[in-house]
Design a protein around this ligand. Structure first.
Ligand code: NI
Ligand code: MN
Length: 226
Protein backbone atom coordinates (compact mmCIF):
# COMPACT_ATOMS: atom_id res chain seq x y z
CA UNK A 1 0.00 0.00 0.00
CA UNK A 2 1.11 3.54 -0.66
CA UNK A 3 -0.24 6.45 1.38
CA UNK A 4 0.15 10.05 0.15
CA UNK A 5 -0.42 13.00 2.48
CA UNK A 6 -2.52 15.73 0.84
CA UNK A 7 -2.72 18.08 3.83
CA UNK A 8 -4.94 18.37 6.92
CA UNK A 9 -6.77 15.01 7.26
CA UNK A 10 -6.66 14.15 3.58
CA UNK A 11 -4.70 11.11 2.44
CA UNK A 12 -4.73 9.14 -0.78
CA UNK A 13 -4.21 5.40 -0.56
CA UNK A 14 -3.20 3.12 -3.40
CA UNK A 15 -4.31 -0.36 -2.42
CA UNK A 16 -5.40 -3.43 -4.32
CA UNK A 17 -4.93 -1.65 -7.64
CA UNK A 18 -7.40 1.10 -6.69
CA UNK A 19 -7.09 4.68 -5.46
CA UNK A 20 -8.95 5.67 -2.31
CA UNK A 21 -9.05 9.33 -1.32
CA UNK A 22 -9.83 10.03 2.35
CA UNK A 23 -11.49 13.26 3.60
CA UNK A 24 -10.67 15.71 0.79
CA UNK A 25 -10.06 19.27 2.05
CA UNK A 26 -7.57 20.75 -0.38
CA UNK A 27 -8.90 23.69 -2.40
CA UNK A 28 -9.06 26.13 0.57
CA UNK A 29 -6.09 24.73 2.48
CA UNK A 30 -3.30 27.34 2.13
CA UNK A 31 -0.72 24.68 3.05
CA UNK A 32 -1.84 22.38 0.19
CA UNK A 33 -1.64 24.79 -2.72
CA UNK A 34 0.88 22.47 -4.43
CA UNK A 35 -1.93 19.90 -4.85
CA UNK A 36 -4.22 20.31 -7.87
CA UNK A 37 -7.57 19.06 -6.64
CA UNK A 38 -8.88 18.72 -10.21
CA UNK A 39 -6.09 16.31 -11.12
CA UNK A 40 -7.24 13.75 -8.52
CA UNK A 41 -8.95 10.70 -10.04
CA UNK A 42 -9.77 8.40 -7.13
CA UNK A 43 -11.90 5.30 -7.60
CA UNK A 44 -13.36 5.83 -4.11
CA UNK A 45 -13.71 8.66 -1.61
CA UNK A 46 -13.77 7.47 2.01
CA UNK A 47 -15.35 9.99 4.42
CA UNK A 48 -14.80 9.66 8.18
CA UNK A 49 -17.40 12.26 9.21
CA UNK A 50 -19.38 15.24 7.91
CA UNK A 51 -17.34 18.21 9.18
CA UNK A 52 -16.42 20.72 6.50
CA UNK A 53 -12.68 20.14 6.92
CA UNK A 54 -13.27 16.53 5.78
CA UNK A 55 -15.84 16.86 2.99
CA UNK A 56 -15.26 20.26 1.38
CA UNK A 57 -13.97 18.96 -1.97
CA UNK A 58 -16.13 15.81 -2.16
CA UNK A 59 -18.68 17.25 -4.64
CA UNK A 60 -16.02 18.78 -6.88
CA UNK A 61 -14.01 15.56 -7.12
CA UNK A 62 -17.04 13.31 -7.66
CA UNK A 63 -18.26 15.63 -10.44
CA UNK A 64 -14.78 15.47 -12.01
CA UNK A 65 -14.27 11.71 -11.92
CA UNK A 66 -17.39 9.92 -10.65
CA UNK A 67 -15.72 8.34 -7.61
CA UNK A 68 -17.84 6.08 -5.41
CA UNK A 69 -18.33 7.31 -1.84
CA UNK A 70 -17.84 5.15 1.22
CA UNK A 71 -18.99 6.46 4.59
CA UNK A 72 -21.59 6.02 7.27
CA UNK A 73 -25.24 5.54 6.27
CA UNK A 74 -26.28 9.13 7.04
CA UNK A 75 -23.50 10.73 4.99
CA UNK A 76 -24.19 8.43 2.03
CA UNK A 77 -27.93 9.26 2.26
CA UNK A 78 -27.04 12.99 2.19
CA UNK A 79 -24.99 12.57 -1.00
CA UNK A 80 -27.53 10.18 -2.59
CA UNK A 81 -29.85 13.22 -2.78
CA UNK A 82 -27.29 14.78 -5.16
CA UNK A 83 -27.34 11.55 -7.19
CA UNK A 84 -23.85 10.58 -5.98
CA UNK A 85 -23.26 6.84 -5.65
CA UNK A 86 -22.14 5.52 -2.32
CA UNK A 87 -21.72 2.55 -0.04
CA UNK A 88 -23.11 3.13 3.45
CA UNK A 89 -21.59 1.41 6.48
CA UNK A 90 -21.85 1.86 10.24
CA UNK A 91 -19.66 1.44 13.31
CA UNK A 92 -18.39 -2.12 13.77
CA UNK A 93 -19.26 -3.24 10.25
CA UNK A 94 -16.82 -4.64 7.71
CA UNK A 95 -17.18 -5.06 3.96
CA UNK A 96 -14.89 -6.50 1.30
CA UNK A 97 -14.49 -4.07 -1.59
CA UNK A 98 -12.50 -4.70 -4.77
CA UNK A 99 -9.46 -2.98 -3.16
CA UNK A 100 -9.57 -4.79 0.20
CA UNK A 101 -11.56 -5.13 3.40
CA UNK A 102 -12.69 -2.07 5.36
CA UNK A 103 -13.95 -2.01 8.95
CA UNK A 104 -15.67 1.06 10.41
CA UNK A 105 -14.33 1.71 13.91
CA UNK A 106 -15.38 3.85 16.87
CA UNK A 107 -14.27 7.50 16.81
CA UNK A 108 -15.00 9.76 19.78
CA UNK A 109 -15.94 13.00 18.03
CA UNK A 110 -19.03 14.57 16.42
CA UNK A 111 -20.36 14.82 12.87
CA UNK A 112 -22.53 17.50 11.23
CA UNK A 113 -22.57 19.00 7.73
CA UNK A 114 -21.92 22.73 7.28
CA UNK A 115 -25.63 23.22 6.44
CA UNK A 116 -26.64 21.66 9.78
CA UNK A 117 -27.65 18.25 8.32
CA UNK A 118 -27.05 15.29 10.61
CA UNK A 119 -23.84 13.45 9.77
CA UNK A 120 -24.35 10.25 11.79
CA UNK A 121 -21.60 8.94 14.04
CA UNK A 122 -17.98 9.68 13.16
CA UNK A 123 -15.77 6.70 12.31
CA UNK A 124 -12.23 5.58 11.80
CA UNK A 125 -11.40 2.74 9.42
CA UNK A 126 -9.17 -0.32 9.38
CA UNK A 127 -8.07 -1.25 5.86
CA UNK A 128 -6.73 -4.70 5.04
CA UNK A 129 -5.24 -4.91 1.55
CA UNK A 130 -2.14 -6.23 -0.24
CA UNK A 131 -1.38 -8.36 2.90
CA UNK A 132 -1.01 -5.17 4.98
CA UNK A 133 -3.19 -3.57 7.65
CA UNK A 134 -3.50 0.14 8.31
CA UNK A 135 -5.77 2.10 10.64
CA UNK A 136 -7.04 5.57 9.86
CA UNK A 137 -8.34 6.99 13.13
CA UNK A 138 -10.40 9.89 11.76
CA UNK A 139 -11.03 12.78 14.14
CA UNK A 140 -11.07 11.22 17.58
CA UNK A 141 -9.96 11.38 21.17
CA UNK A 142 -7.74 8.61 22.44
CA UNK A 143 -10.19 5.89 23.46
CA UNK A 144 -9.90 2.46 25.09
CA UNK A 145 -11.74 1.01 22.07
CA UNK A 146 -8.38 1.27 20.28
CA UNK A 147 -7.12 -1.63 22.42
CA UNK A 148 -9.50 -3.97 20.59
CA UNK A 149 -7.95 -3.36 17.18
CA UNK A 150 -4.63 -5.24 17.58
CA UNK A 151 -6.54 -7.99 19.39
CA UNK A 152 -8.87 -8.40 16.43
CA UNK A 153 -6.64 -7.54 13.47
CA UNK A 154 -3.17 -8.46 14.72
CA UNK A 155 -0.11 -6.28 14.26
CA UNK A 156 -0.88 -3.27 12.10
CA UNK A 157 1.68 -1.87 9.64
CA UNK A 158 0.77 1.81 10.11
CA UNK A 159 -1.66 3.87 12.15
CA UNK A 160 -2.77 7.32 10.98
CA UNK A 161 -3.58 9.50 13.99
CA UNK A 162 -4.74 13.10 14.45
CA UNK A 163 -2.19 15.01 16.52
CA UNK A 164 -3.20 18.68 16.27
CA UNK A 165 -5.04 18.85 19.60
CA UNK A 166 -8.01 21.18 20.32
CA UNK A 167 -10.50 19.36 18.00
CA UNK A 168 -8.94 15.90 18.38
CA UNK A 169 -6.31 14.22 20.50
CA UNK A 170 -2.97 16.01 20.70
CA UNK A 171 0.62 14.69 20.58
CA UNK A 172 0.65 13.24 24.13
CA UNK A 173 -2.62 11.40 23.59
CA UNK A 174 -1.44 10.15 20.18
CA UNK A 175 1.56 8.51 21.89
CA UNK A 176 -0.90 6.81 24.27
CA UNK A 177 -3.11 5.80 21.32
CA UNK A 178 -0.17 4.13 19.59
CA UNK A 179 0.46 2.20 22.85
CA UNK A 180 -3.15 0.97 22.87
CA UNK A 181 -2.93 0.16 19.16
CA UNK A 182 0.39 -1.67 19.71
CA UNK A 183 1.82 0.05 16.64
CA UNK A 184 5.01 2.09 16.74
CA UNK A 185 4.75 3.48 13.20
CA UNK A 186 2.51 6.51 13.13
CA UNK A 187 1.55 8.93 10.39
CA UNK A 188 0.36 12.18 11.95
CA UNK A 189 -2.44 14.23 10.39
CA UNK A 190 -4.98 16.94 11.30
CA UNK A 191 -2.33 19.47 12.39
CA UNK A 192 -0.99 22.91 11.38
CA UNK A 193 -3.93 23.76 9.08
CA UNK A 194 -5.52 26.22 11.52
CA UNK A 195 -4.12 28.37 14.32
CA UNK A 196 -5.67 26.13 17.03
CA UNK A 197 -3.94 22.98 15.77
CA UNK A 198 -0.39 24.18 15.08
CA UNK A 199 2.23 21.85 16.58
CA UNK A 200 5.97 21.95 17.14
CA UNK A 201 7.21 19.26 14.74
CA UNK A 202 10.54 18.53 16.41
CA UNK A 203 9.10 18.40 19.93
CA UNK A 204 6.28 16.16 18.80
CA UNK A 205 8.61 13.77 16.98
CA UNK A 206 10.77 13.64 20.13
CA UNK A 207 7.77 12.57 22.24
CA UNK A 208 7.43 9.52 20.01
CA UNK A 209 11.17 8.83 19.80
CA UNK A 210 11.42 8.75 23.60
CA UNK A 211 9.02 5.78 23.53
CA UNK A 212 10.84 4.02 20.68
CA UNK A 213 8.18 5.04 18.17
CA UNK A 214 8.44 6.67 14.78
CA UNK A 215 6.18 9.60 13.93
CA UNK A 216 6.03 10.55 10.26
CA UNK A 217 5.09 14.16 9.50
CA UNK A 218 5.11 14.15 5.70
CA UNK A 219 5.51 17.22 3.53
CA UNK A 220 2.24 17.68 1.65
CA UNK A 221 2.37 15.58 -1.52
CA UNK A 222 4.86 13.04 -0.10
CA UNK A 223 4.13 9.35 0.24
CA UNK A 224 4.91 6.49 2.57
CA UNK A 225 4.89 2.81 1.65
CA UNK A 226 3.89 -0.05 3.94
NI1 NI B 1 -14.14 16.86 12.81
MN1 MN C 1 -11.54 17.75 11.52
Amino acid sequence: MEITYLGHACIQINAGGKTILVDPFISVNDLAQNIDVDSLQPDYILITHAHQDHVLDVKRIVRNCGATLISNYEIITYYNKMDFLGHGMNTGGSYTFDFGRLTATVAQHSSMFADGSYGGNPNGYVLQSDDKIIYIAGDTAVTLDMKLLPEMFGIMDLVVLPIGDNFTMGPKEAVKASDLLECNTVLGYHYDTFEQIKIDHEETKKLFEQKGKKLHLLPIGDSIKV
